[in-house]
Design a protein around this ligand. Structure first.
Ligand code: DC
Length: 221
């Protein structure tokens, strides 16, 4: 039987790190749906398409080719054959992804791609609407969160490690704005599925969160 682990939650709650580790430990395929929305935002911006143009953004989402190529550290994000893994990790693209993800036609196109990717393999999928919309039948659903302060501090450190010294206040404001937009949009807002288990990762290590999810998978208390 095919297994699906769904991990939803706000930005920088630790979803990617946990999902990658789980996928590596279990031999499952890792699907980063946020990266797909980021790729669409990049494709639109590269073509000079305003992110408020729902029709054009929807057409781009339906016609562009996005592939998540598994590698040891997670996955490479390929957009029309180009490796955009690093390019999509800047605040401009994060905000852009949040904007295009509110467009129903964009969501429709990407949700279809996500379901296709999981057709014949076990998967760990992270995003905002995985447990509610994309895979409501998932075997294990986790809603991972953490305080805004912790999440912003984590993202700030990640940027800094890459030589990108963005002030903590800017990182915090960007994240709060994105969370608000992602939670308040009309279509598939960020929301905990009724049957998802909530976990606050503010004071937990990666190993603790991974162990918690594995326990949920086996039904252990
Ligand atoms: O997980 P992330 O920060 O890479 O996601 C970028 C944006 O994409 C996020 O602000 C909202 C959107 N997104 C979404 O709407 N649905 C998903 N399943 C994943 C991401």
């Amino acid at each position: 039987m095919k297994h699906i682990i769904a991990i939803d939650g706000p930005a920088a709650a630790g979803k990617s790190t946990v999902a990658k580790k789980l996928a590596a430990d279990l031999g499952y395929t890792y699907i980063d749906t946020g990266a797909m929305y980021r790729a669409v935002a990049l494709a639109c911006l590269d073509r000079g398409i305003p992110l408020a143009d729902e029709k054009c953004c929807g057409e781009i989402a339906a016609s562009c080719h996005i592939a998540l190529k598994p590698v040891a550290e997670g996955c490479l994000v390929m957009l029309d054959g180009e490796d955009v893994t690093e390019k999509i990790r800047i605040p401009l693209i994060a905000q852009g992804a949040s904007k295009v993800s509110a467009i129903p036609a964009v969501r429709q196109a990407l949700v279809a791609k996500q379901r296709q990717m999981a057709e014949d393999c076990n998967v760990v999928v992270e995003g905002r609407d995985i447990g509610t919309i994309v895979f409501p039948e998932a075997d294990c659903k986790i809603f991972l969160s953490a305080s805004l302060e912790k999440r912003a501090a984590r993202r700030y450190e990640e940027f800094k490690k890459k030589g990108n010294d963005i002030p903590l206040a800017d990182v915090t404001a960007e994240m709060a704005e994105r969370d608000e937009r992602d939670s308040c949009r009309d279509h598939s807002p960020l929301k905990q599925a009724e049957d998802a288990v909530y976990l606050d990762s503010s004071n937990l290590t990666l190993a603790q969160v991974v162990a918690f999810v594995k326990k949920q998978m086996t039904g252990e208390k």
